[in-house]
Design a protein around this ligand. Structure first.
Ligand code: S3P
Length: 212
């Protein structure tokens, strides 16, 4: 269920990104409240890619809300469904895919994302996350007496995995367009960065041999 987005202007840089992606998608990763849906929607518009929120897809596939899935079937069932939905969505690239905060913790999902997408971590501080998630009550993991402690624990457990993404974006409280601009630049840099010399010098097999 992708959202139809009205394209804004498209620069040569954005067109180059889309051409370089080919069938690969851009996958946003990060904690709840990091801005994956908000930034993802705007970034999709800039790149003229369909935006898909994995959480919405899971709810549509299950015919129930995420809090209900957690309550009725439990978190392991949700995680299996989440992995299946993401695997399916990655087959239909290029798309801009926002994933739920726990999705990247699974090895099978990480390896699919590595194969089929460029991954981008929207990294937000605990206080920013807490402020943002307080506005909504639809995150079952935070429906308890001490959401700040849960966020701290999740950050500690998840950041080492999020660090494995291709691109890091500092998601802070600045206008959304600024984060989107930075994301476009980072994507372009990632896709067009010069290859290291060691990857180019092949004849001797010795990366340190001088090129004359
Ligand atoms: C979760 C994050 C949520 C949703 C579910 C579990 C998590 O998505 O998938 O509530 O484990 O961090 P968002 O990151 O989009 O809030």
């Amino acid at each position: 269920m992708s959202e139809t987005v009205l394209p804004t202007h498209s620069t040569a840089q954005e067109a180059a990104i889309v051409a370089a992606l080919g069938k690969r998608s851009v996958v946003l990763v990060g904690m709840m409240g990091a801005g994956k849906s908000t930034i993802g929607r705007r970034l999709a518009m800039r790149l003229r890619l369909p935006f898909i929120d994995a959480d919405n897809e899971i709810e549509a596939a299950a015919g129930m809300s995420i809090p209900d899935i957690f309550e009725v079937h439990g978190e392991p069932h949700f995680r299996d469904g989440e992995a299946r939905v993401i695997a399916r969505l990655l087959e239909s690239g290029p798309i801009l895919l926002a994933t739920g905060g726990g999705a990247f913790m699974r090895e099978d999902t990480r390896s699919r994302i590595r194969d089929k997408a460029i991954s981008m971590w929207l990294k937000a501080d605990a206080d920013v996350i807490l402020r943002r998630v307080k506005r909504r009550a639809d995150r079952p993991l935070l429906q308890n007496a001490d959401p700040a402690a849960v966020i701290a624990r999740l950050i500690e457990a998840r950041h080492p995995f999020y660090e494995q993404t291709d691109i890091l974006i500092d998601s802070r409280d600045v206008p959304h367009d600024k984060i989107v601009d930075e994301s476009v630049i980072a994507l372009h840099e990632h896709l067009f960065r010069p290859r290291p010399a060691s990857a180019i010098i092949e004849p001797t097999g010795d990366p340190l041999s001088p090129i004359l």
